[in-house]
Design a binder for this molecule. Structure first.
Ligand SMILES: *[C@@H]1O[C@H](CO)[C@@H](O)[C@H](O)[C@H]1NC(C)=O
Ligand SMILES: *[C@@H]1O[C@H](CO)[C@@H](O)[C@H](O)[C@H]1NC(C)=O
Ligand SMILES: *[C@@H]1O[C@H](CO)[C@@H](O)[C@H](O)[C@H]1NC(C)=O
Ligand SMILES: *[C@@H]1O[C@H](CO)[C@@H](O)[C@H](O)[C@H]1NC(C)=O
Ligand SMILES: *[C@@H]1O[C@H](CO)[C@@H](O)[C@H](O)[C@H]1NC(C)=O
Ligand SMILES: *[C@@H]1O[C@H](CO)[C@@H](O)[C@H](O)[C@H]1NC(C)=O
Ligand SMILES: *[C@@H]1O[C@H](CO)[C@@H](O)[C@H](O)[C@H]1NC(C)=O
Ligand SMILES: *[C@@H]1O[C@H](CO)[C@@H](O)[C@H](O)[C@H]1NC(C)=O
Ligand SMILES: *[C@@H]1O[C@H](CO)[C@@H](O)[C@H](O)[C@H]1NC(C)=O
Length: 470
C-alpha cells in the first residue's frame, strides 16, 4: 500500500511539472472530494460566451462544447461544458484528479487557454483502531494484563494519501507520538506491558492533501496483581472471647476480592469449607467466636483477581494450635544463689500470651529486686535472686491463647549448704554404682570371644545376653 501511495504522490509531482511547462493564460488549483460537484473555470476575465471550448485532461481531450455544439458522447454526461466555457463535473470520482486545460474561442477569433489543477481528496470519516488482545468495559475502556503483549493497529481511508499517527497520553510518562507513517494502516506492539503504559491511545489519520484529520482514541488500563500471597494474621479482639482474623493483600489493581474461610478437613470426597466473608477490598478481617475454634482447625484467606486464572488464586492460611510451653519440670537451687527457670512457647497459634506464676494460687510474678523476667524470642526466663527456703515450691509457665490455657509446672527445691553437700555425695555414690556397672559390662564384652563357643550367630546372642545382664 505504501508503494501505491508513493506512486500517487509521484504522479501529482509529474502533473505539477507538466503544468509549469505549459503556456497558459490562467492557472487555478482546485480540490474536490469524491461525490462533489466541481466547476473548473476557463475564461473568467469577462462576461463573454465562447463559441467553442475544448477541455483536455492530461493532454487528452475529454469534452468539447459551446454555443452551438452539445456533448455528443453520453458517456461524458458527467462532464459538461457550460455556456461560459467552464467544465462542470457532476460527481467527482477518484481518478478525476489531474491537469485540465481549456481552449476557448472567444469572440474576435481570440483563443484563450487556462489551466486547472484538480485534486481529489477524501478525508476518512473514521480512523479505525484495534487494540488487542484486550477486554472492553461497557464504557469502551480497554483492559490488558501486565506482562502481556499488546498489538495496536490504526487504519484510515484517506484519498489519495494519509499520514497515520499513534499517540500516547499517559499519566506516567510524557505525552508522545509513538510512530507515524504514510500508508493505509499502522501497527504497533508493546511487549511485556507495564502499568506505566496505561493511558489514552489515539490514532490519527491526517489527509496529506486536504489536511483534514480524524482521530479515534481509547483508554487503556493495565491490570496487575502482586506475586506475593496475602498476609494472614491474628489480632486480639477487644472482647477476650473473640479473636480477629485479619488478611491483607496490597498492590493489586484494581482492588482484589478477598475471601476468608475455614477448612473443616475432608468430609467424604469433598473438602468441607466454610466461608466467613467475601469482599472487594485489600484488607479484610472477621471476628471469630473462640467457642467455635478448635485445635488443628485451619482458617484461610484467598485473594482473587481478574489477572489470576481460576485455580491460580493466591492464599495464606493459619492452623490453630493449642499453647504448649516446654521446659524442665524440676529445678534445684542452693540457698543464697540465684536460678533461672526457662520456658519456651513456639507452637501456639494464634500466638499465646505466656506468663510466669507462682504457687497454687498462680500469683503473678512482679519483676523487681527478687525476680527478673526476660524474653528471647520464644523463650521466657524467670531469674530468682538470692534464693531462700521460702522460694521453694511450684512455679507455672502459663501460656494462653484463644483456644485454651496450657501450663508448664516447675518445682523448685531449695537446698541449704549442708543438704547440698549430701546431694553431691549421693550423686558421687550413684556415679560410682553406674561406673562399676559399666566396668563389669565392658569386661564381659571384651571377653566375649571366650564366652562364644559356636558360630557368629550365637556370639551375637552372647553379646545381647551380656548387655541384658547389665
Ligand atoms: C480565425 O482564425 C483562424 C486562424 O487563426 C482562421 O483560420 C479563421 O479563418 C479565422 N476566422 C475568422 C472568422 O476570422
Ligand atoms: C474508532 O474505531 C472503532 C474501531 O475500529 C470504530 O468502530 C469507531 O467507529 C471509530 N470511531 C471514530 C470516531 O472514528
Ligand atoms: C470506564 O470505566 C472504568 C472502570 O469503571 C473507569 O476506570 C474509566 O475511567 C472509565 N473510562 C471512561 C472514559 O469513562
Ligand atoms: C491493520 O488493520 C488493517 C485494516 O483493518 C488490516 O488490513 C491490516 O492487516 C492490519 N494489520 C495488522 C498487522 O494486523
Ligand atoms: C498530555 O495530554 C493531555 C491531553 O491532551 C493533557 O491534558 C496533559 O496536560 C498532557 N500532559 C503532558 C505532561 O504534556
Ligand atoms: C488488618 O491489618 C492491617 C495491616 O496490618 C491493618 O491496617 C488493619 O487495621 C487490620 N484490620 C483490623 C480490623 O485490625
Ligand atoms: C460465642 O459463642 C458462645 C457459645 O456458643 C455464645 O454463647 C456467645 O453468644 C457467642 N458470642 C457471640 C458474640 O456470638
Ligand atoms: C538475701 O536474703 C536475705 C534474707 O533472705 C537477706 O538478709 C539478704 O540481705 C539478701 N541479700 C541480698 C543481696 O539481697
Ligand atoms: C481447656 O482445656 C481444659 C483442660 O484440658 C478443658 O477441660 C477445657 O474444656 C478446655 N477449654 C476449651 C475452651 O477447649
Amino acid at each position: 500500500m505504501k508503494t501505491v501511495t508513493t506512486a500517487a504522490l509521484l504522479y501529482l509531482c509529474l502533473c505539477a511539472t507538466v503544468a509549469v511547462s505549459d503556456d497558459s493564460d490562467t492557472e487555478t488549483a482546485l480540490t474536490a472530494a469524491p461525490g462533489d460537484v466541481a466547476l473548473l473555470p476557463c475564461y473568467t476575465a469577462g462576461n463573454v460566451t465562447p463559441s467553442l471550448t475544448t477541455w483536455l485532461k492530461d493532454g487528452q481531450e475529454v469534452v468539447r462544447g459551446g454555443d452551438s455544439s452539445s456533448a455528443a458522447n453520453p458517456a461524458a454526461q458527467r462532464l459538461t461544458v457550460l455556456r461560459d466555457g467552464s467544465l462542470n463535473i457532476m460527481k467527482v470520482i477518484r481518478g478525476d484528479e489531474g491537469t485540465y486545460l481549456c481552449s476557448s474561442t472567444l469572440p474576435g477569433n481570440n483563443t484563450f487557454h487556462a489551466r486547472v489543477l484538480l485534486q481529489v481528496a477524501s478525508s476518512p470519516e473514521i480512523a479505525s483502531m484495534s487494540i488487542g488482545p484486550a477486554t472492553a468495559l461497557s464504557n469502551g475502556t480497554l483492559i490488558v494484563y501486565q506482562g502481556s503483549t499488546v498489538f495496536f493497529n490504526c487504519s484510515g481511508s484517506s484519498y489519495p494519501s494519509q499520514r497515520l499517527i499513534w499517540g500516547f497520553y499517559g499519566a506516567s510518562f510524557a505525552n508522545m507520538s509513538l510512530i507515524g507513517t504514510l500508508g493505509s494502516w499502522l501497527d504497533y506492539r508493546i511487549e511485556d506491558i507495564q502499568p506505566s503504559a496505561q493511558g489514552e491511545y489515539r490514532c490519527s489519520a491526517h489527509n496529506t492533501v486536504s489536511h483534514q484529520t480524524v482521530d479515534n482514541s481509547s483508554q487503556l488500563l493495565v491490570y496487575y496483581a502482586p506475586d506475593r500471597h496475602p498476609e494472614c494474621m491474628w489480632t486480639p479482639a477487644q472482647d477476650p472471647s473473640h479473636i480477629l482474623f485479619n488478611c491483607t493483600w496490597f498492590g493489586a489493581y484494581p482492588t482484589p476480592t478477598l475471601l476468608l474461610g475455614e477448612d473443616r478437613g475432608e468430609q467424604g470426597a469433598r473438602r468441607n469449607e466454610h466461608i466467613y466473608a467475601t469482599e472487594v477490598t485489600d484488607s479484610l478481617s472477621v471476628t471469630l467466636n473462640r467457642s467455635l475454634l478448635s485445635d488443628g482447625q485451619t482458617v484461610w484467606c484467598m485473594g482473587q483477581h481478574l489477572t489470576l486464572a481460576p485455580g491460580k488464586e493466591k492464599s495464606c492460611s493459619l492452623t490453630l494450635k493449642l499453647p504448649y510451653p516446654e521446659g524442665q519440670p524440676i529445678a534445684t537451687a542452693l540457698e543464697g544463689t540465684s536460678i533461672t527457670l526457662t520456658c519456651s512457647e513456639s507452637v501456639s497459634m494464634p500466638p499465646a500470651s505466656t506468663t510466669w506464676r507462682r504457687g497454687l494460687q498462680q500469683e503473678y510474678i512482679v519483676p523487681g529486686s527478687k525476680y527478673v523476667l526476660s524474653e528471647e524470642g520464644p523463650v521466657l526466663k524467670l531469674t530468682i535472686l538470692n534464693i531462700s527456703k521460702d522460694d521453694e515450691g511450684v512455679y507455672f509457665c502459663r501460656s494462653e491463647n484463644t483456644l485454651n490455657v496450657t501450663e508448664l509446672e516447675v518445682y523448685l527445691t531449695v537446698k541449704t549448704s549442708s543438704t547440698y553437700t549430701g546431694v553431691i555425695i549421693g550423686i558421687f555414690i550413684a556415679a560410682l554404682i553406674v561406673g562399676s556397672t559399666v566396668i563389669i559390662a565392658k569386661t564381659i564384652y571384651s571377653n566375649r570371644h571366650r564366652i562364644c563357643l559356636g558360630n557368629s550367630q550365637s556370639s551375637t546372642d552372647a553379646i545381647t545376653n551380656a548387655s541384658n545382664v547389665t
